[in-house]
Design a protein around this ligand. Structure first.
Ligand code: HEM
Length: 227
């Protein structure tokens, strides 16, 4: 089954959509920073105690982590395999396998391949940096703390930390703008001109919502509105 290109595209779409759902929830949760330290740290604590006593401490969080990890590995495996197949099928010429000359050159193809491949690499590097910063507390710009709220406020009081997150979130935004559209198209939703228009609007709204929603707390902290 895994030899089928269509199965790989569908797996890529479903794993990508799972990650989009996580991003929406994570972005919404981060906005709790506006409710103050107690609310934000309480939310972080709740992430670990939810599901108790049925599940052990942090049990539900670990289930979410495993789902995310499987989705990320699957997403990257499918991306690399599909990319290598495209290279093999076109002898490195990419995009020249179609009779039609449409999209052989120009904006659309360059935009999509650049944002998906290089954007994907930037996002993967960012996630490692972000975990070192806010989850494992290994790097602590602005000062280490046992409180997630303080870690966030200390970090985003520094301009280059905000800049690094801004670059990463722009990469996330472009990746989602094309990725949400491509995922829904792979799942068969682009059946007419009208539906394609709707998919384009939906992809733009999701990408903007996630990028702007994530960027609000860092800039609010940098400009002294929080903390
Ligand atoms: C300004 C943007 C962001 C802020 C302020 C932020 C904040 C945080 C914080 C505070 C934590 C630790 C939560 C805790 O331990 O209780 C965390 C964890 C995490 N964040 Fe972010 N985040 C941001 C963007 C992102 C983005 C764009 C991604 C993915 C592309 C991401 C993925 C993760 C992951 C995977 C975890 C680990 C969750 C876990 O396993 O505990 N974050 N984030």
């Amino acid at each position: 089954m895994w030899r089928s290109t269509i199965v790989l595209k569908v797996a890529m779409a479903i794993s990508g959509l799972i990650l989009v759902l996580y991003l929406l929830a994570h972005m919404y949760g981060n906005l709790k920073v506006f409710a103050g330290q107690e609310a934000f740290d309480g939310y972080s604590h709740h992430l670990r105690t939810m599901g108790e006593p049925l599940l052990p401490y942090a049990g539900a969080l670990w289930i979410i982590r495993v789902v995310l990890l499987v989705a990320v590995i699957l997403h990257i495996y499918c991306a690399v395999t599909l990319w290598r197949r495209m290279r093999l099928a076109t002898a490195g010429g990419g995009g020249q396998r179609y009779e039609s000359t449409k999209a052989r050159r120009g904006n659309q193809r360059t935009y999509a391949s650049f944002t998906m491949r290089w954007g994907g690499v930037v996002i993967a590097l960012f996630v490692v940096y972000h975990l070192l910063h806010l989850t494992w507390n290994t790097i602590s710009p602005g000062g280490a703390s046992g409180s997630p709220y303080e870690r966030v406020v200390n970090g985003f009081s520094i301009w280059w930390v905000v800049l690094s997150y801004t670059v990463a979130l722009l990469a996330v935004g472009f990746h989602l703008r094309h990725g949400v559209w491509a995922a829904l198209a792979s799942l068969g939703a682009n059946t007419s001109q009208r539906r394609r228009r709707h998919l384009n609007v939906l992809a733009t709204v999701v990408a903007l919502l996630i990028t702007v929603g994530f960027l609000i707390p860092p800039f609010a902290i940098l400009f002294g509105l929080v903390g």
